[in-house]
Write a protein that binds this ligand. Structure first.
Ligand code: G3I
Length: 405
């Protein structure tokens, strides 16, 4: 397929050169503009899946039909934004509600999209019966262990054979600003639920339970603030995760990949594409795949931005596009980076529009690649250009991955 394409391109090039010697003035470029192609079609050039998080409720929202249209036409991979989280799937102890998760899976199937399963083990969006039961002492620690095993087994088994990558464990590692510049597994009251109630072996066990339930899915550790390596010391979250994954692999734990979420803000320094490429390649050196799993780039909503001041908008959108681009180029540069997923694609429905990230609800927003009226932003065309105007020797096809043993 690829070979035939390059022969054809060679023939076209030869014909073009011939034509140019005769009449250089009439040479025209006939390739379709990247702007007129979908992200998924452009990603295919590198075997890179381009994904988005999907809010299942919005797929049937008649007030914004663009949501479903873009979700189905632009992306080759999808992640359920909330529908596969524990609180959604088992709101009442022992009674599953698969309605939204099944609807999400049907959407992916109807549109021939790969699925990133999200998420099996996280301290957030746990059902109240579980967290309240543990607090009240009506759910004991041995029961917590049994419950986690059952949860992973039941969810992974239901979608066995249909999930490409599972986010098995999410955000288990602290940030330097939380733990006095010494990274560790989260063990605090707010975010250390699994560490404190299951024990530190929850991470290894979760991967083993997932592998037993679906031997073909690629199993990922997923986290934010993991975009590039830093000092290499105790305050370097990437370095901590690197060592953790290395240890897990050495112990035979079935972990296949590391997901870098990629939630950035234009207010921070962030990283350039070369630093990010180094990150992917260093993890690939451990024998694991990588992925960008939740990319978005928000801006601090200054008064000027809130007032839609064009100077402020221009600055914010250009900085945003540059950061999206660094994340994508870094992934493209590693043949083991399998997918690039944005965490929603429009400013109206992005989680940042309502979340308090320290500056009040929606205080850091405008994070997506389409605006709130679904108009493409500069970031969208920048991603398309990055996918279109690249190739050998720095950008090569992905290397197909199989689950590690
Ligand atoms: O469940 C209630 C629902 O009953 C109610 O009607 C509705 C009204 O607003 O709120 C619903 O809960 C919201 C839930 O999303 C489902 O829509 C929560 O308030 C809201 O906080 C929650 O936010 C999600 C957030 O995870 C929770 O931490 C975001 O949509 C989701 O985008 C976000 O995703 C996470 C990834 O899973 C992991 N990485 C970080 C990323 C961004 O925070």
């Amino acid at each position: 397929m690829k070979l035939r394409r390059s022969i054809l391109i060679g023939a076209v090039a030869a014909a073009t050169v011939g034509a140019l010697t005769v009449a250089p003035a009439v040479a025209t470029l006939t390739a379709k503009s990247p702007a007129d192609q979908s992200l998924k079609a452009l990603g295919q050039r590198h075997d890179l899946a381009i994904g988005t998080a999907v809010n299942v409720d919005l797929l049937s929202d008649s007030t914004q039909p663009q949501y479903k249209e873009i979700a189905s036409s632009q992306f080759s991979s999808v992640t359920a934004e909330n529908a596969m989280k524990w609180e959604s799937i088992e709101p009442t102890k022992g009674t599953y509600d698969w309605t939204k998760a099944d609807a999400f899976m049907k959407f992916a199937k109807d549109n021939h999209q790969l699925v990133r399963g999200h998420v099996l083990v996280w301290h957030n969006q746990l059902p109240k019966w579980l967290t309240d039961g543990v607090t009240a002492g009506t759910i004991t620690k041995p029961q917590v262990r049994e419950l986690l095993k059952k949860h992973i087994t039941d969810v992974v088994s239901r979608y066995k054979g249909q999930i490409w990558q599972w986010d098995v464990v999410n955000e288990a590692v602290s940030d330097p600003w939380e733990t006095n510049n010494v990274i560790k597994l989260r063990d605090d009251a707010a975010k250390g639920f699994w560490y404190n109630n299951y024990g530190p072996d929850y991470i290894a066990d979760a991967f083993k339970f997932a592998r037993a339930a679906d031997p073909k899915a690629l199993l990922f550790y997923n986290d934010y603030n993991l975009d590039a390596f830093g000092s290499g010391g105790a305050d370097d979250k990437s370095q901590f995760v690197y060592t953790m994954v290395k240890d897990l692999r050495a112990k035979g734990v079935p972990i296949d990949g590391v997901g870098s979420q990629g939630h950035l803000s234009t207010r921070y320094g962030n990283f350039d594409a070369i630093q990010i490429a180094d990150w992917h390649n260093k993890f690939a050196g451990l024998g694991v795949a990588t992925a960008v799993t939740e990319a978005d780039v928000r801006s601090l909503m200054t008064d000027a931005l809130k007032a839609n001041n064009s100077d402020a908008i221009n600055e914010a959108f250009q900085a945003q596009a540059a950061n999206y681009s660094a994340l994508l180029q870094g992934c493209l540069a590693s043949r083991h980076c399998l997918s690039f997923t944005v965490w929603g694609f429009d400013d109206k429905n992005s989680w940042t529009a309502t979340t308090d990230l320290g500056s009040g609800p929606g205080g850091e927003a405008l994070a997506a690649i389409y605006d709130a009226t679904y108009k493409p932003k500069r970031a969208l065309n920048t991603l398309k250009a990055d996918l279109a105007y690249t190739g050998a020797p720095y950008v090569l096809d992905r290397i197909p991955q199989r689950p590690r043993r």
